[in-house]
Design a protein around this ligand. Structure first.
Ligand code: PMT
Length: 398
C-alpha cells in the first residue's frame, strides 16, 4: 500500500516513544521506506537499535555524527520524504517546531521537508492545555501541519486527562490518508459547510449553546478543499483555524448563520450542514445584564429558522444537500426522517451519547444514509477519515 513512499518518523523524548516502535513496524509492513530520527532524550527512552532493526536504516540522533548516507544526511532524507511524522511530539519539540528551531534531527527534518508533516503531541494534560502549547499547536496548523490531538486516558504520571499519544493504528491510518494520491474529484465544485455551535444570547454576558467544537465540520471543509473544491466554511463559536484553502466566515447566532448561508445559497452546489444550530433563541434580548431576583426566572424561547430545511425547500436541480443528525436513540430511524423532511440527499447520523463519537471528540462513528440503498455503518474513525468517507459518497452521487 505504501510501496515507493518514504516516511520519516521523528521521535521525541516522551514516555510514549515506545509506541513509535509500533508505528514504524506498521509502516514498514505496509511497504514504506522508513527512516527514524530521534532527539537525544528519545534515544534514552528507546534504544535506537530497535528502530534501526525494524526500519533497516541507520537512525539519526546526532546532526554532527558521521553522515551515513554519504551526503548531508538531513538534507538527503528531507528531500526524499513523502511524509514526516513526529510521534510522540513532546511540548518541547512542539515549541521548537513552532519556533522554527533547528537544534535536533527532528526539528531540522521539519524545516527541510516540503512533504506533509503529521504531528502527534503527547504530554501531561496541564502541559497540553497551557496557552503557550495551544498557541504553538495553532501556529503549526496555520502553516499547514496536520495535528492528531492527544487522546484522553491514563498519562505517564498516573493521572487521567487529555495527553495520551493516539494509538499507532490511528497514527498510521492518518499517515496512509496523507500519503494517498491527492484526489481532485471536487475540482470545479463550490462547497458550503456549516460547523460548530451557535450561541443565542440572553443578555450581554449570557447565552445558550451546545458542546459542538466545530472539529467535524472543519474536517469536512478541509477534505473538500484538499480535493479541489472552492470552499466556504460558516462556523459558529470556537477557535479552530481556517483549513488551508478554505474561506472562513465566523458567525455567532443561528440567525447570523442563516444569513451567511442564505446569501451564498445560489453560489454553492453542495452544502454540508455539520453545525449544531440552536433550534431556539431567547424571545427577548436584554440590553443590560439580567439581575438576580427572588424566585425563579422564566425565559421564553422562540424558534430559529431551520437552515437546511429551507435550503431543501428551494433546492436547485444539480445541487446536493448533506445533513448531519445528532441522535441519542433510534439513530437510523430519526436520521431517515430528517433526510426526508429536509429534502436531503445524504445524512450522516451520529450517536452523540457515545463517548468517542459526536461532540468534542477527535473520532466519530457514523452511519451514512442516502435516499436509496442500505445505511452504511462506518467503524470508529478519526473525524478526518469520516470526512473523507462523506466526500467519497458525495462524489458517487454527483
Ligand atoms: O463540532 P464537533 O464537536 O466536532 O461535533 C460534531 C457534531 C456532533 C456537532 C456533528 O457531528 C453533528 O452531528 N452535527 C449536527 C448537529 C445537529 O444539530 O443535528 P440536528 O439533528 O439537530 O440537525 C439536523 C441537521 O439540520 C444538521 O445538519 C443541522 O446542521 C441542521 N440544522 C438544524 C437546526 C437548524 N436550525 N438549522 C439547521 O440547518
Amino acid at each position: 500500500m505504501l510501496t515507493n513512499k518514504t516516511v520519516l518518523v521523528g521521535v521525541s523524548g516522551g514516555i510514549a516513544a515506545y509506541k513509535a516502535v509500533e508505528v514504524v513496524s506498521r509502516l514498514v509492513r505496509l511497504g514504506a521506506e522508513v527512516h527514524v530520527l530521534m532527539t537525544a532524550a528519545a534515544a534514552r527512552l528507546v534504544a535506537p537499535l530497535t528502530f534501526q532493526a525494524l526500519s533497516g536504516h541507520p537512525v539519526q540522533i546526532d546532526l554532527l555524527a558521521e553522515q551515513k548516507h554519504g551526503h548531508v544526511d538531513h538534507v538527503y532524507l528531507a528531500r526524499r520524504a513523502d511524509l514526516l511524522i513526529v510521534a510522540p511530539c513532546t511540548a518541547n519539540t512542539l515549541a521548537g517546531l513552532a519556533a522554527g528551531s533547528a537544534g535536533d534531527p527532528v526539528a531540522v527534518a521539519a524545516l527541510g521537508v516540503s512533504a506533509p508533516v503529521l504531528v502527534c503531541p503527547a504530554m501531561e494534560e496541564h502541559m497540553w492545555a497551557h496557552p503557550l502549547t495551544q498557541a504553538n499547536a495553532r501556529r503549526l496548523r496555520e502553516i499547514g501541519y496536520h495535528l492528531l490531538d492527544p487522546r484522553d486516558g491514563r498519562l505517564a504520571s498516573g493521572l487521567h486527562g487529555q495527553g495520551r499519544l493516539p494509538e499507532p493504528e490511528d497514527i498510521v491510518a492518518a499517515a496512509v490518508q496523507l500519503l494517498a494520491p491527492a484526489r481532485r474529484d471536487l475540482t470545479g465544485r463550490r462547497v458550503l459547510v456549516t460547523a460548530g455551535a451557535t450561541r443565542e444570547p440572553l443578555d450581554p454576558v449570557r447565552f445558550i449553546s451546545n458542546r459542538s467544537t466545530g472539529k467535524m465540520g472543519f474536517a469536512v471543509a478541509a477534505a473538500a478543499a484538499a480535493r479541489g473544491a472552492e470552499v466556504v466554511l460558516v462556523a459558529g463559536s470556537g477557535n479552530l483555524a481556517a483549513p488551508p484553502g478554505v474561506e472562513l466566515v465566523r458567525v455567532e447566532t443561528a440567525l447570523e448563520m442563516y444569513t451567511a448561508v442564505m446569501t451564498r445559497a445560489d453560489w454553492c452546489d453542495i452544502v454540508v450542514g455539520a453545525a449544531a444550530v440552536s433550534d431556539y433563541r431567547p424571545a427577548v434580548y436584554h440590553e443590560h445584564k439580567v439581575k438576580k431576583q427572588d424566585g425563579n426566572l422564566t425565559v421564553e424561547f422562540v424558534r430559529n429558522p431551520d437552515i437546511l430545511r429551507e435550503l431543501g425547500q428551494k433546492k436547485r436541480p444539480g445541487c446536493l444537500l448533506v445533513g448531519f443528525a445528532a441522535e441519542t436513540t433510534d439513530v437510523v430511524d430519526y436520521a431517515r426522517r430528517k433526510l426526508q423532511e429536509k429534502n436531503l440527499d445524504l445524512i450522516v447520523a451520529n450517536n452523540v451519547s457515545e463517548e468517542d463519537a459526536g461532540f468534542a471528540t477527535d473520532t466519530n462513528r457514523v452511519v451514512l444514509i442516502g435516499r436509496t440503498g442500505k445505511p452504511d455503518a462506518l467503524p470508529l474513525l478519526s473525524k478526518e477519515a469520516v470526512a473523507a468517507a462523506i466526500w467519497d459518497r458525495v462524489v458517487s452521487l454527483l
